[in-house]
Design a protein around this ligand. Structure first.
Ligand code: COA
Length: 178
């Protein structure tokens, strides 16, 4: 799916990615062990070709909205956020993100982006629920989702093997306001 008009938050624009975004900056995040520590992409193909295919597939797909997180001030592409796959029958979708620029961590940008895309999911796509999950030791992610209004729905014990230790899977979700 593509967005014709970017979503604006106080500090970010969330916009459709293009091939030009798949450059050294984005590919560098995927090679940064700190960034990918809690992401399954660390086990996958992180080449330029595979990353470009990932972006193009998402843009062409009817059920996945992959957006770049771009600083409104200065225009720097600092991360990506994804809604999908969208289940049109049950009206729910999963949301995940990667704030790749480490200098941008801890400033509330993730929570801001999550809240904006969740609002779009409810108001423009008519979804009923947005779900997410994170490793039990990914406290930054857990807190960013809570700050954006999600709640913890469940924990699946010893679900992920991370740096030699088992981690729970934390399932988070937010329901459309009634
Ligand atoms: C995890 C991630 C999304 C957090 O982004 P962020 O913009 O730094 O998060 P926010 O600033 O919105 O943080 C929300 C809260 O978590 C806290 N926080 C952020 N990183 C933290 C960390 N590593 N440890 C503990 N708390 C942390 C913030 O201080 C903030 O606290 P508050 O609620 O008291 O204000 C970002 O670091 C990231 O993308 N990391 C790499 C990929 C990843 O893990 N993605 C998520 C996969 S589920």
């Amino acid at each position: 799916m593509r967005l014709h008009t970017p979503l604006a938050t106080p500090r970010l624009l969330l916009r459709t990615l293009t091939a030009a975004d798949v450059g050294p900056r984005y590919l560098g995040w995927l090679r940064d062990a700190e960034v990918t520590r809690f992401l399954e992409v660390r086990h996958g193909d992180r080449s330029a070709a595979a990353t470009l295919a990932f972006v193009e597939e998402a843009n062409a797909s009817p059920d996945t909205l992959l957006l770049g997180m771009v600083l409104r001030e200065g225009g720097l592409h600092v991360g990506n956020i994804k809604l999908g796959p969208i289940d049109p029958y049950h009206r729910r979708a999963d949301l995940g993100l990667m704030l790749g620029e480490r200098a941008c961590w801890g400033q509330g940008l993730a929570a801001e982006a999550i809240a904006a895309l969740t609002g779009y999911a409810f108001e423009m796509l008519g979804l009923n629920k947005v779900t997410a999950s994170c490793y039990g030791n990914n406290e930054g992610s857990r807190r960013a989702f809570l700050k954006a209004g999600f709640h913890e729905a469940a924990r699946r014990p010893r679900h992920w093997l991370c740096e030699g230790d088992w981690q729970d899977d934390i399932l988070l979700e937010i329901l459309t306001p009634v």
